[in-house]
Design a protein around this ligand. Sequence first.
Ligand code: NAP
Length: 257
Amino acid sequence: MSERRVALVTGASRGIGRGIAEALGAAGWAVVVNYHSSPTAAEECAAAIDAAGGASLLVQADIANLADHDRLLALTLERFGRVDLLVNNAGVAPTVRTDLLQATPESFDRVMGINLRGPYFLTQRVAQAMVAGLDPSQPAPQIINIGSVSAYAASTFRGEYCLSKAALGMMTALFADRLAEHGIRVYEIRPGVIESDMTGPVKAKYDQLIADGLSPIRRWGTPGDIAAAVLAIADGAFPFSTGLILDVDGGFHVRRL
Ligand code: NAP
């Protein structure tokens, strides 16, 4: 059994997930670095965690493939013996941004599979293990879902992405309600526009929107901004909150006139 607290971060090879995994590692956590198709980047993340004084375990798994979930959890428990924090971060945008009137069922199924169906069943599986492993001498485990402002902001060129994030909001509420009796708290972080490979293709567009005042705080967000919120939750900063949504978005969610 690991003396360290153990976090499982999905999609930790790049972007926001990598920022979260490295920050947890620097705070002394043992981190399971899940990745899908970027092994070199995932190895860099694991090396950074080890160098910063944390401990890492690399696990390749496709979050959309439910058959991979048992292996991901089994390897985690085999190495560390516990899971204190699940961060459902892995997510994708549509491969091609397509107008709502032309969008395809194939893209719908891909985005929903990775952003919603996979996390829903991974959370179910990990929550079972968390409940089975509850130890009254330890802080209760926690779960964090990485949602998006797209849960409520309509983008008609990526409708399936918006739908996946809107449903993730209900997933947060459902698991918060179900797991509260076990002391397990569930949170959602809603990033705004964050610098990563995901937003790379639309960088020029967002540069202009941000300069024009898209959000009250006129800068891009960084993976470090999201990691700071994860660390606060991980450290138990919100003991009487569950189902809480943290808007880490430069104030994007504020209605303005
Ligand atoms: P990113 O830079 O494109 O990174 C995506 C990560 O997810 C990669 O590590 C990738 O791993 C992993 N991933 C993709 N498909 C996977 C699968 N099937 N199984 C396991 N891992 C998978 O994206 P990001 O910007 O960091 O986004 C991370 C999360 O934040 C997503 O849920 C996204 O919706 C959300 N978000 C992002 C923004 C933004 O502005 N960037 C805003 C709001 C919300 P591999 O490279 O190994 O395949």
